[in-house]
Structure formats: C-alpha cells, structure tokens
Ligand binder design. Sequence first.
Ligand SMILES: [Zn+2]
Length: 147
Amino acid sequence: MVKTRKCKYQHCKEGGFVDVDEAVVDGGLHYHFQCYEKKHMKNKIFQAFCEYVTNEENGLFIKKKISDFIDKEDINPHYVYFTMYYIIKNKIPLKSIFGLAIVMKRQKVIDAYNELIDKYKDVKIQPENIDYVYKKEFKGGWRDLIG
Ligand SMILES: [Zn+2]
C-alpha cells in the first residue's frame, strides 16, 4: 500500500493527494514537487514585485493576481519570475500587477526567456538553483536594486 497525504497546496492540480515517498515535506505539511515549487516561486515573485513596485495595491490583491497567473492561466511560475528579473534589469517602469501581465506578453521577453531556458536545457532547474542561474545571467543587475 502506498501511503498518501493530502497535498497542502491550495491550488493543487495533481489530484490533491501525494505519495508520502515522493512528497516534499515542509513544516510537517506534504506537497507535490510541482505544487511546492509553485508555492515557493509565488513567494519569490511577490517579494520581488513588492521590492520593486511601490503603489497602493493591497498585498493580498497582488498575491491573488500572482496566483491567477500561475493557477488559473497556467503560466509557468519560472516565466513570471523571469519577467520580474527582466523588468528590474531593464528598469522598466512598473506601476501595478497588471503591468507585469502586460510585460509577460511581450515577444521580446518570451524570446529572452526561451533563450535562457535553451542555454540551460540540460540542467534540470530546481527552485534552489534558479537564483544562481539568474544571478549568473544578470550579473549585479538584480542585486544592485534589491539589497
Ligand atoms: Zn499538489
């Protein structure tokens, strides 16, 4: 018998239950790898957005919109995060979370992302090393602005 647990990711699309042997466990809670990665990336996107954009938007609203991109529109969380990097690196003015959605649709950004992924296609990018990949690509750009 395979032991399963309920996946604690609110927007789980993997059936809701995860094999204990395959689960990522955080604080005693079980997640599918994909779900945990989404949760992790959403936090990073949120933090990056809030560091870069100062506006009147409510934090919960921003989180909800980020969740919509990833959980409703099925946009790859790595792509959303990449777009934040792209915005910061190129100092693109960003006033709201809707601006992020607009930049994500730019062909130039899509091409830049595909180029990066292509370059690292043999490396299975894990949440813990994705920062490294971006830092290497965007030497200083991000860090200069974000601490
Ligand atoms: Zn899940």
